[in-house]
Design a protein around this ligand. Structure first.
Ligand code: SF4
Length: 85
């Protein structure tokens, strides 16, 4: 789905923020914390997070989660069964 078609995105707190905070070329703990602080104030956080998890967004901060946090949410530790022997 093109991002322009996602209505709730217009209510995102990140709309007036530096895109580099949410899609950094070189991620850092400081950048992540600043982006997450903006997400924490966002009125569409739940919609954003649900979308990113269901769409499998691989890059950037969405719904207050980093790509790694989203991966862990979709595939929690221990989800994989031991290989059959
Ligand atoms: S939750 Fe974060 S990334 Fe999503 S729209 Fe809001 S501010 Fe932007």
């Amino acid at each position: 789905m093109p991002l322009g078609e996602i209505g709730w995105l217009r209510g995102g707190a990140c709309r007036s923020s530096d895109p580099e905070l949410f899609f950094p070329l070189a991620p850092s703990a400081t950048q992540e914390a600043r982006a997450k602080a903006i997400c924490a104030t966002c009125q569409v956080l739940t919609d954003c997070r649900s979308y990113a998890l269901s769409a499998g967004e691989a890059d950037g901060i969405w719904g207050g989660l980093t790509p790694e946090e989203r991966r862990r949410s979709r595939f929690p530790l221990g989800w994989r069964s031991p290989a059959a022997t």
